[in-house]
Design a protein around this ligand. Structure first.
Ligand code: KIV
Ligand code: ZN
Length: 520
């Protein structure tokens, strides 16, 4: 046991594992390294960097994150078998502080999948946790679907895992089924009943299917859990996981009734939230607690009046507490490269010279079309996933619109360095543009999502477009921003196709990707 203060809550971030596993949220290798770096910098105690057995790509990302981490414990996920555990160890062992996280579904429904009875499963748990502990001093064990597992059986298997050497016991509410009082009661029961419970850290891992993930996590902390598992922006499958920023700020703002602390530098929250939204392709809802665009906006007259007299009238935390800088009109046509670098740095983007050169060209092009460039415009510019060394690039697009269908699009694309031209029609300008792209680059991928947001107000506002596509189980996102919605749409579509090409090359056409939900 460490000499950590009894009220210190460890933050275990699983954005790169449970978050990234959410369909469509796939990140590239470099994006994972960047997010891991930001998590490490902001004071996350444990980073779950991925699921090393899932693919070569996952393995390499976990390994490199492990090699680079300065402070955080680096953890990898493994199912309850020696192959998974060995592979996980191969990836995390490079960290200063490695951890193996192994799990098996213990509820009646989950026991039925590998067709193990209670005794057989207990034996498997003993064997696999022992194996993990022989490799690594720091072992986390999770009974998946713990909140729907019989209490007696849960106590029995946790005792086995502790005796086999687990140092952290995580209690997942895998399907987001529990409620705050029940979440607290379960942690309390386990701490009271399981022999050896005082030798380990209990963790809470909640999903947000009923919108109670944060409340359930906080209730578990009050009952004795000292590790909260969470993701940035609550990213995760279905309704997502517990949101890191909500737990951290709830413990800060209501420390009077929840006297627990974390090691997180909350002023880094906004920056990482933006980066995760950008690389995952999951935008943050406007009214999301802490990090939503409207979280600190006071529109109504009564609120604005109160805020001017005394900010505390309507504000329980200050925007700067979470790293939100003032959104003013900042840049324009005459702003230079140094000003852009400095502004982007305030927004959390520290760019190298090459990157800055590329962004500056796009910034100038935007400034030619839009007089006032706001912070949000710059964030949108940074979210643009196209350009650079991509195999497919849009060179020219002109769409003819009118009240009479069909609309038509003239398109020139550079494909592997060669210019190709076509004209296509469609049911609306976006459809025509997409059809033109498909004529030049035929594919079978299905469009799963097409979303348009206006970044700022005014008719010259930029539109950010997100596109999600699926081909043989591979899901990819593309994003783009432009003052012309059709151009942004076509660029986002092409950005998604570029990602698809990369994914095809990585996985091959007949290599299915392994999910941690596959039978253990
Ligand atoms: O939700 C869950 O049960 C999980 C486990 C793998 C810990 O993510
Ligand atoms: Zn989970």
């Amino acid at each position: 046991m460490t000499n950590r203060s009894p009220n210190r809550v460890l933050i275990f971030d699983t954005t790169l594992r449970d978050g990234e596993q959410s369909p469509g949220a796939t990140m590239t290798h470099d994006e994972k390294l960047e997010i891991a770096g930001l998590l490490d910098e902001m004071g996350v105690d444990i980073i779950e960097a991925g699921f090393p057995i899932a693919s070569e790509g996952d393995f390499n990302a976990v390994k490199e994150i492990a090699e680079r981490a300065q402070n955080a414990v680096i953890c990898g996920l493994a199912r309850a078998n020696t192959n998974d555990i060995d592979r996980c160890w191969e990836a995390v062992k490079h960290a200063k502080n490695p951890r193996i996280h192994t799990f098996i579904g213990t509820s009646p429904l989950h026991r039925a999948i590998p067709n193990l009875n209670q005794d057989e499963m207990a034996e498997r748990i003993h064997a696999t946790v022992t194996h993990a502990r022989n490799l690594c001093d720091n072992v986390q064990w999770s009974p998946m679907d713990a909140t729907r597992t019989e209490d007696d059986y849960l106590c029995r298997v946790i005792e086995i895992a502790i005796k086999a050497g687990a140092t952290t016991i995580n209690i997942p509410d895998t399907v987001g089924y529990t409620a705050p009082r029940e979440s607290a009661d379960l942690i309390r029961l386990l701490i009271e009943r399981v022999p050896g419970a005082d030798e380990v850290v209990f963790a809470t891992h909640c999903h947000n299917d009923l919108g109670m993930a944060t409340a359930n996590s906080l209730a578990a902390v009050e009952a004795g859990a000292r590790q909260v598992e969470c993701t940035i922006n609550g990213l995760g499958e279905r309704a997502g996981n517990t949101a890191l920023e909500e737990v951290v700020m709830a413990l800060k703002v209501r420390n009077d009734i929840m006297p627990f602390g974390t090691g997180i530098d909350a002023t880094k929250i906004m920056n990482i939230s933006r980066r995760v939204a950008s690389v995952s392709g999951f935008p943050v809802q406007f009214n999301k607690a802490i990090v939503g665009k409207n979280a600190f906006a006071h529109e109504s007259g009564i609120h604005q009046d109160g805020m001017l007299k005394n900010a505390e009238t309507f504000e329980i935390m200050r925007p700067e507490d979470v790293g939100l800088t003032e959104t003013n009109i900042v840049m324009g046509k005459h702003s230079g490269r140094a000003a852009l670098r400095s502004k982007l740095s305030d927004l959390g983007y520290d760019l190298g010279d090459n990157q800055l050169r590329d962004v500056f060209v796009r910034f100038k092009a935007l400034a030619d079309r839009k007089k006032e460039i706001y912070d949000d415009d710059l964030v949108a510019l940074m979210r643009d996933t196209g350009g650079g060394e991509e195999r497919l690039q849009i060179k020219f697009l002109r769409v003819i619109c009118g009240t009479e269908a069909p609309q038509s699009a003239d398109l020139t694309m550079t494909i592997d360095g060669e210019d190709r031209q076509t004209t296509a029609t469609g049911d609306g300008p976006v459809d025509a543009a997409f059809n033109a792209v498909k004529q030049l680059f035929p594919h079978e991928a299905k469009l799963q999502l097409y979303q348009v947001h206006a970044v700022t107000e005014g008719t010259d506002a930029q539109a950010t477009v997100s596109v999600r596509m699926e081909e043989e189980g591979r899901i990819v996102n593309g994003q783009s921003a432009d003052t012309d919605t059709v151009v942004a749409s076509a660029k986002a579509y092409v950005a998604a196709l570029n990602r698809l090409i990369v994914r095809r090359e990585k996985t091959g056409s007949d290599t299915p990707e392994i999910s941690y939900k596959d039978v253990s």
